[in-house]
Structure formats: structure tokens, C-alpha cells
Design a protein around this ligand. Structure first.
Ligand code: DC
Length: 230
């Protein structure tokens, strides 16, 4: 039997994957996997348990038992850790950097593989991450690599934080983005890179509508219009 459709969207933080994957999932009625949130919750749980982010054995143990769940609500998907709503707590810059650290540990990535693959269900899944098309779903029917310059991503993040009434320092954000990119792209296991058969989409000079339009054209080219009603 053919496996459920997976649309894998990979790329660095801030390239617009979150917005694109939310739109695609809603359009096609597909489930959504925010794999970055899994690494973020794990790092949060590790810190809460008083464990070190680089202690691979302890982080793996935590990855195997951590009780996380994702609940769609009117204002988006809420992330729960042992029933506690950690949606806002895992979105800070520090939580992102911590996630990137635990994500660099090979055994931790291995321990989280099945948890991610379990999201694949009919009629389909839109998967957002760094290694969706290369490692987690190498047989994904559609693979997109969404990129953007570090400067544009830093600017977007600055505006996002300011819109939330938070303090935002562009230079600091840019430096953090570059550090996280470097760690994600150079790690030994499942580094951030485009799959050979991915559409590479650079969103630096595009609006989200233009990104969505290009992604849709590629999806229809890959899947045909018959299977989808989007
Ligand atoms: O997409 P995000 O910013 O929420 O991801 C947080 C970190 O998690 C990111 O810096 C790298 C890591 N990550 C990963 O290694 N593999 C994924 N599939 C998703 C995220």
C-alpha cells in the first residue's frame, strides 16, 4: 500500500517554514509536524530536570520518557509538557539555542525518530524541520528547502519580537542566528542541508504569498491535481 503523502519542508530558522507549513496543512487538510518544537520541549524538560544539555545519555533517557503533546487550539497549536502549557516558554531565543544543542547529539536524534514518523497519517502530513526530507522521511513525495539570508531572517525575528512588545537587538539576533546555523549545518548527524530531490526556494526577496504560490506549483507538479483538492 502506498504510504501517506508527506510534504517535507526543511531550512534554517526564520526562513518562513512555520507560516508556509501552517498554510499548506490547512489548505490540504493534512496533519502538521513541527519537529523543532519536539527538540525545544526536550531541551526545556532537560533543563527543568537539572540535567546538562550536552550529557548525551541523560538527554536520551529524557527523550525516551518525556511526555509531550501538541493540541490544536483556536490560536494555534499548543505544546504541553506533562500537561503544562509550555508554548510560550519554548519560543524564546535561549530555548532555540538549547534545542539546537540537544539536536546535535546523534543518539538523541535517533531516540526521537519514531516519535516523528508516527505523525505520518492519511490523508497526509506537512513536516517542518531540518532533516525531514533527508532522514526522517527520505521517501517524502514532496521535498522543499526554504532558505533566506541570515540578515533577512534576523530582521524578520526583530520585527516579530517588537510586535510582541519585547526588546529586540538586531545585531545580537543576527549573531545568534549565525551561531545556530553554523551548529545545525556542521553537525555530524543529520546536518541541515537540502535533499538532492528538493525544490530550493529562497525567500529572501519573496512575500509569504509568493513563497506559497511557488510551493503549490511544485506540489502540483509532483503530485498532480487529481489527488489534492487544494
Ligand atoms: O525550527 P526551530 O527553530 O524550532 O528548531 C529549533 C532547533 O532544533 C534548531 O536550531 C535545530 C533543531 N532541529 C533539528 O535539529 N532538526 C529538526 N528537524 C528540527 C529542529
Amino acid at each position: 500500500m502506498a504510504k501517506a503523502i508527506v510534504i517535507a519542508v526543511d531550512g534554517p530558522g526564520g526562513a518562513g517554514k512555520g507560516e508556509l507549513t501552517r498554510r499548506l496543512a490547512a489548505r490540504f487538510g493534512f496533519a502538521l509536524l513541527d519537529s523543532g518544537a519536539i527538540y525545544r520541549v526536550l531541551a526545556y524538560a532537560v533543563r527543568k530536570a537539572g540535567l546538562a544539555l550536552f550529557d548525551e545519555d541523560s538527554v536520551v533517557q529524557e527523550a525516551l520518557v518525556v511526555n509531550m503533546s501538541f493540541e490544536p487550539q483556536d490560536n494555534g497549536v499548543h505544546v504541553l509538557l506533562n500537561g503544562e502549557d509550555v508554548t510560550a516558554a519554548i519560543r524564546t531565543e535561549e530555548a532555540g539555542a538549547n534545542a539546537s544543542k540537544v539536536a546535535a547529539l546523534p543518539a538523541v536524534r535517533q531516540a526521537l525518530l519514531q516519535r516523528q514518523r508516527d505523525f505520518r497519517k492519511e490523508p497526509g502530513l506537512v513536516a517542518d524541520g531540518r532533516d525531514m526530507g533527508t532522514v526522517v522521511f527520505p521517501d517524502a513525495q514532496v521535498k522543499i528547502f526554504l532558505d533566506a539570508s541570515a540578515e533577512v531572517r534576523a530582521k524578520r525575528r526583530e520585527l516579530q519580537l517588537k510586535a510582541q512588545g519585547k526588546v529586540a537587538d538586531y545585531d545580537l539576533i543576527l549573531q545568534e542566528i549565525k551561531e545556530r546555523d553554523e551548529r545545525d549545518r556542521t553537525r555530524a548527524t543529520a546536518p541541515l542541508k537540502a535533499a538532492a530531490d528538493a525544490l530550493i526556494l529562497d525567500s529572501t526577496a519573496l512575500t509569504i504569498e509568493e513563497v506559497e504560490e511557488k510551493a503549490l506549483a511544485f506540489i502540483h507538479e509532483k503530485l498532480g491535481t487529481l489527488e489534492l483538492n487544494g
